[in-house]
Ligand binder design. Structure first.
Ligand SMILES: *[C@@H]1O[C@H](CO)[C@@H](O)[C@H](O)[C@H]1NC(C)=O
Ligand SMILES: *[C@@H]1O[C@H](CO)[C@@H](O)[C@H](O)[C@H]1NC(C)=O
Ligand SMILES: *[C@@H]1O[C@H](CO)[C@@H](O)[C@H](O)[C@H]1NC(C)=O
Ligand SMILES: *[C@@H]1O[C@H](CO)[C@@H](O)[C@H](O)[C@H]1NC(C)=O
Length: 328
């Protein structure tokens, strides 16, 4: 049932603008661009609709094998138990940040390749200075991050992603979202195999990190746990630290549910999980590259929603990192 929700998500992509005041609030249909407003042409809209349908079909094919895990039994609290609440009716976990503390939880298991996803509803209203982090980490050196950077009421969140491989990071990428992530739950997922790692928002690829070991770029190849937390990041998160947390608006609350895992569960042995030749679905040809529909969606996100891309930051990287021109 869950995947019906996931599958209908691309529709949201076309029919909803961010709900925040002042930004494209009169948009009804077809705005793919928060910043550029409702400028999309009709033909484009049509082709996107077709593409979402195609994408939906492709996704049904491989998504149905994902297993929803019991979010309570399959996770543990990493800090501030008294700031964590179980919402039994929604089968969700709620994390709170106030002036005393943030909070967090993590998956009991570690994974090495496969797919991991969760639905998240972010802090509503004034979330400036807060960071909601959802990431896979090996604790040493390897990591895939989703970091939601809050904003003052009515201004859009930014979604920052980053990749650490063998201790090297500095691969920040930030996008605006095409919906208000605090208004409802949306699905955020990782697909990770020996060929690449793909970050998805509601089944739409927003970032890819390819295995470029051939170019000397270490790949992310250690077993990782999923971590979720909310914390005070007001020294950097919102307009580079200009907007601080307004504690009068605390507590800040985000909710998490529908934790799905279809991944190789790490049992302490490499051989089981790591073989690229295995018959695990995520290593199959269909998942070794993006489909043309997915590549198209990714290009829309990258061309129209990007706020920052380290691969374009020549001031920071006069010589761009080797992976920058080799992401497909
Ligand atoms: C979760 O854990 C509780 C208590 O340990 C147990 O009663 C319940 O059956 C478990 N549920 C699942 C789905 O494993
Ligand atoms: C990973 O980092 C360690 C320590 O810096 C280094 O010795 C090793 O060669 C690196 N591995 C890869 C695959 O780059
Ligand atoms: C917050 O809103 C401002 C103004 O719209 C925008 O410049 C900024 O990128 C937004 N997000 C963050 C995290 O700073
Ligand atoms: C994406 O941006 C380009 C130029 O920046 C614009 O021409 C195009 O209409 C935009 N497309 C969407 C879907 O917003």
């Amino acid at each position: 049932m869950h995947f019906l929700q996931t599958l209908s998500a691309p529709t949201i992509f076309f029919s909803q603008c961010i709900g925040s005041k002042g930004i494209a609030s009169s948009c009804k249909m077809g705005s793919l661009s928060i910043i550029h407003g409702c400028s999309m042409r009709q033909e484009l809209l049509l082709s996107y609709t077709v593409i979402s349908l195609l994408l939906a079909v492709v996704l049904t094919f491989y998504a149905t094998s994902a297993v929803a895990v019991d979010i309570k039994n399959q996770t543990y609290i990493t800090f501030s138990q008294d700031h964590v609440r179980m919402l039994d009716a929604e089968e969700a976990i709620q994390l709170t940040l106030d002036s005393a503390s943030g909070s967090g939880f993590a998956s009991s298991k570690k994974f090495l390749y496969g797919s991991v996803s969760m639905e998240i509803k972010l802090i509503a209203g004034d979330s400036a200075g807060t960071v909601t982090a959802y990431y896979l980490s090996s604790e040493i050196n390897d990591e895939f991050d989703f970091e939601f950077l809050g904003n003052v009421s009515g201004q859009p969140y930014l979604l920052q992603t980053n990749v650490y491989s063998n201790g090297t990071s500095g691969r920040e990428h930030r996008i605006r979202l095409w919906f208000d992530p605090a208004a409802d739950y949306h699905t955020y997922s990782f697909l990770w195999n020996n060929y690449h790692a793909v970050f998805f928002v509601d089944s739409i690829p927003i970032r890819i990190f390819a295995n470029n070991q051939a170019l000397g770029v270490p790949y992310v190849s250690r077993p990782m746990r999923l971590y979720v937390s909310i914390w005070n990041g007001d020294y950097w998160a919102t307009r580079f630290g200009k907007d601080k947390i307004n504690w009068n608006h605390a507590p800040f609350v985000a909710s998490f549910r529908n934790f799905k895992v279809d991944a190789c569960i790490w049992k302490g042995q490499d051989s089981e999980c790591s073989a690229s030749t295995s018959n695990l679905w995520w290593e199959q040809e269909a998942h070794q590259t993006l489909s043309s529909e997915q590549a198209f969606m990714l290009s829309i996100v990258q061309n129209n929603y990007t706020d920052y891309d380290y691969c374009k930051d020549v001031k920071r990287y006069p010589t761009l990192p080797a992976e920058c021109n080799h992401q497909f």
